[in-house]
Design a protein around this ligand. Structure first.
Ligand code: SAH
Ligand code: DHB
Ligand code: MG
Length: 222
């Protein structure tokens, strides 16, 4: 099975189940034009996040790793009118491009952007006693995922949902002595998931236009 096939299926699914979507297509185009790396979730994955947020009835969503805001737009669209996506990004230039994408997509008033290291922002949110989030999407630098997860659990309501992207990394997650720091982070994250009775979790491997990777879904206890 080849990457070409994975991409062909993503294209097929994207065409039929997502379709042409001017704001999202423009967000990708602007991000490409501005030189942002092409590492946003794929259209089928974006729609998956959107559907999950709707299934969960999410109103407050926290996202780590904005990039050009592609996944943010999907999440914002899933929320009621008084909903908000709080999204954290290290790179001010990426955040600016994302801000333009939010305005064009008509979701700017539903998105709260924070620029800086996500760990700092998460700790600030905690000291500010932020209203708990219903759903979290962790998609920033991969090696820090265990620390992000620990902080995010504290910021999420009971029975909240946490999705973590890029946890399989070409299968490197199963390699004990991997020299990929991101994969080692995701290994540590899985070990951390076994350590507490406070949640229920699974990991699903994926292939597609973004290659071979996967995501973890965590449901916090009531
Ligand atoms: N969620 C986006 C993709 C995010 S890519 C989407 O699917 O559309 C990962 C992002 O995390 C990059 O934009 C990168 O700049 C950002 N990032 C890396 N290290 C970070 C850190 N320490 N704090 C916050 N963001 C970080
Ligand atoms: C990569 C992919 C991602 O989805 C992401 O959020 C960050 C990095 C990558 O392939 O390098
Ligand atoms: Mg990702």
């Amino acid at each position: 099975m080849s990457y070409e096939r994975w991409k062909a299926v993503d294209d097929f699914v994207g065409e039929l189940l997502v379709g042409a979507d001017v704001p999202l297509d423009e967000a990708v185009a602007r991000s490409t034009r501005e030189g942002l790396p092409a590492i946003a979730v794929s259209p089928p994955q974006g729609k998956f996040l959107y559907l999950l947020a709707r299934i969960h009835g999410a109103r407050r969503v926290l996202e780590l790793g904005t990039l050009g805001g592609y996944s943010t737009i999907w999440l914002a669209r899933a929320l009621p009118r008084d909903g908000v996506v709080v999204t954290l990004e290290l790179d001010p230039r990426y955040a600016q491009v994302a801000g333009e994408n939010f305005a064009r997509a008509g979701v700017a008033d539903m998105v709260e952007q924070h620029v800086g290291p996500a760990l700092d922002t998460l700790r600030e949110l905690r000291t500010q006693d932020t209203e708990p989030f219903d759903m979290v999407f962790i998609d920033a630098d991969k090696q820090t995922t265990p620390e992000y997860f620990t902080e995010c659990v504290e910021l999420t309501r009971r029975a909240g949902v946490i999705v973590v992207d890029n946890v399989v990394r070409d299968g490197e997650v199963a390699v004990a002595d991997s020299d990929d720091a991101g994969a080692r982070g995701m290994r540590r994250f899985h070990e951390q998931l076994t350590e507490s009775p406070r949640w229920s979790a699974t990991t699903i491997q994926t292939v597609g236009v973004k290659g071979y990777d996967g995501f973890t879904l965590v449901l916090l206890d009531e």
